[in-house]
Design a protein around this ligand. Structure first.
Ligand SMILES: [Zn+2]
Ligand SMILES: [Zn+2]
Length: 266
């Protein structure tokens, strides 16, 4: 049986293409049991102007909850957030989002804190990433990737949230613009340490098909090797499309949607 729900969905509240209502209608059309919204959010101090701010977050939550009431009986609609962890700027913690009391929080890292205090964006463009590693990590890809995973471990240990988003997003450009060897001993060491930290935290790991819908990878996050490490340690997984359009909410669910693999979180 294939999963008929998606909890990682972006709309016009952030960088998604469609309105929440258009997404709900798409989900009903696809026979979904549930749809969860997860606007990008960077409270308390957003680095970007298009993510949820303290002012817009309550308006977002009010719209999603009013749609949940409107469509109750046809589909379960949940109000979540994809909350960034950026050191000193954004905390993916329940207390930070208490004003909107989200149904769930996906904790994600899109910005790696460099030793000089600047941030390098993980998933903007290959060129921006290359420049960021040159300017803020002394050109060392290994130092950058290790800092990324150290930040993941810090995030799962420090904050109260539910689902770890795209755990190895650093792979995003590695198929089209290879910049590190995923078989290197140092990389595998980071995966093992991070799998241990995630399991100790008890958080759910998402299997995220977003790189497939955007054409960057023909694969999910985390990689098969990383999933195996997590599974061996007893990880719980949830499938997510990281959808940025109404028709993408089940992208590649036919390939990765075997329900046996996933927990039912709601
Ligand atoms: Zn994300
Ligand atoms: Zn996302």
């Amino acid at each position: 049986m294939t999963i008929r729900a998606n909890y990682h969905t972006h709309t016009t509240w952030c960088d998604g293409k469609d309105s929440p209502e258009a997404v709900i209608l798409s989900a009903i059309g696809k026979g979904f049991d549930a749809i969860g919204f997860s606007s990008h959010a960077m409270l308390p101090c957003p680095l970007l102007d298009w993510v949820l701010t303290a002012q817009r977050a309550p308006l977002y939550a009010a719209e999603i909850r009013s749609l949940a009431a409107k469509y109750s009986g046809r589909i379960k609609v949940l109000c979540g957030v994809e909350a960034d962890y950026a050191k000193g700027v954004a905390n993916p913690d329940r207390s930070t989002y208490s004003a909107i009391a989200p149904d769930y929080i996906i904790g994600s890292i899109h910005f790696v804190a460099a030793p000089d205090g600047e941030f390098v964006c993980v998933d903007d463009t290959p060129q921006a990433l290359q420049d960021g590693i040159r300017d803020h990590f002394g050109g060392s890809v290994e130092a950058y990737v290790r800092a990324y995973f150290a930040q993941q471990r810090e995030m799962v240990e420090k904050f109260d949230f539910d689902i770890v988003g795209h755990l190895d997003l650093v792979r995003k450009f590695n198929a089209k613009f290879p910049y590190f060897d995923e078989n290197a001993a140092w990389y595998r060491e980071e995966l093992v340490k991070t799998a241990d930290a995630v399991l100790t935290s008890g958080k759910i790991v998402e299997v995220n098909t977003g790189a497939i819908s955007r054409g960057w990878l023909d694969d999910v996050y985390p990689s098969a090797e990383f999933r195996a490490l997590l599974r061996d340690r007893g990880a719980r997984f949830v499938l997510s499309a990281d959808a940025h359009a109404a028709d993408a909410i089940d992208c590649a669910f036919d390939r990765f949607g075997d329900a046996e693999e996933y927990v039912n979180i709601f």
